[in-house]
Ligand binder design. Structure first.
Ligand code: GYE
Length: 323
């Protein structure tokens, strides 16, 4: 793959250097060149998303320039600038945070290259700096997590539940909206009390650190852990066990994503509920890129259909998750 990418970049470089930047109608020319800036590899969700985009680009015969920003916004901005310099047909990116994109997006607009947001959204001065968003409804995911908890509280007959929240990357769309949806939905139910929200940056190691801190501070007062992704949940679980508690029994564990490893842990009973967030956005991205290249209209927002997996269901027949 790397070798193929390298050759492609070399070919493009030669074309630019020889003053032939304009695409020539050659038999070997790909139908569409898509530049995609992935934000990092922080989770199995992200790795699944990267693989899906690569696989779908190959399936659709779309030439993909993929760059991984390793969790740094400045790397993403640099990648977008390279895509503009290479005059790709379409730029797509998964913005690590919501703010700080206006300048580079204005450059893309001036170059006449349409921009598609994948997975997360941004805040801009003007909405016309990008064409559309393909990603999950994170607010609804937060609402679904809260609705599971309300049902669980009924089932347990509890009149009081202390909640701790481990959130994703600060200022990212899933962090903001998963928090907001959850808080809005539990508001007004006086059984629910949030002790503290801490930032785990969507990382397993940070999930463990956050959990250690929360256990030291609140110990057995914690009834519920709401974690914004599976990775942080999997970091937190061993900490809970080491502190002498049984996750899934002494503490209700709610997670988001639904990768295979977490689903297996849910089946073991150590996680109570996982709200699905699918990383399989590649096909919609390829369809969108082709439509943009051909000047067809695209829908401004596309959300994948998502489910909730929990200890309320029989999950024995659930198909392999693929991420
Ligand atoms: O939930 C998390 C990943 O933006 C939906 O980012 C994505 C989130 C996903 O790191 O695992």
């Amino acid at each position: 793959m790397r070798k193929r990418m390298f050759l492609l970049w070399m070919m493009l470089g030669c074309l630019l250097l020889s003053g032939c930047g304009e695409k020539q109608p050659q038999a070997t020319e790909p139908s569409l060149l898509l530049g995609f800036s992935q934000l990092g590899s922080e989770s199995s969700w992200r790795i699944g998303n990267t693989r899906d985009i690569e696989a779908k680009a190959a399936e659709y015969g779309i030439s993909l320039m993929m760059e991984n920003a390793n969790q740094k916004q400045e790397n993403q901005i640099a990648a977008l600038r390279r895509f503009i310099a290479y005059r790709v047909d379409v730029i797509a990116f998964s913005p690590i945070v919501e703010e700080g994109w206006d300048n580079v997006l204005k450059e893309a607009k001036q170059a006449g290259i349409p921009v598609v947001l994948v997975d997360r959204t941004i805040r801009t001065e003007s909405e016309d700096l990008y064409v559309c968003l393909i990603g999950a409804d994170f607010y609804q995911e937060g609402v679904s997590a809260a609705e599971y908890l309300l049902r669980k509280a009924d089932a347990l007959g509890k009149d009081h539940l202390n909640i701790v929240e481990i959130t994703g990357t600060e200022d990212s769309t899933p962090m903001r909206q998963r928090h907001a949806g959850f808080m809005d939905r539990i508001a007004g139910d006086d059984r629910m009390r949030v002790l503290e929200s801490v930032n785990g940056d969507f990382l397993k190691s940070r999930g463990a650190e956050c959990m250690r801190y929360l256990l030291e501070k609140y110990g057995k007062r914690i009834d519920v852990i709401y974690s914004h992704n599976d990775e942080m949940t999997m970091g937190a679980l061993p900490e809970i066990e080491q502190a002498g508690f049984k996750p899934g029994q002494d503490m209700v564990i709610i997670s988001i994503d639904g990768g295979q490893e977490a689903i297996d842990i849910l089946r073991e009973g150590k996680i109570n509920c996982i709200v699905e967030c699918t990383p399989m956005l590649g096909a919609t991205l390829m369809e969108t890129a082709l439509a943009l290249k051909e000047g067809r209209p695209v829908s401004p927002e596309t959300h994948p259909v998502e489910q909730v997996f929990s200890d309320e269901q029989d999950l024995s027949a659930l198909a392999p998750r693929g991420y």
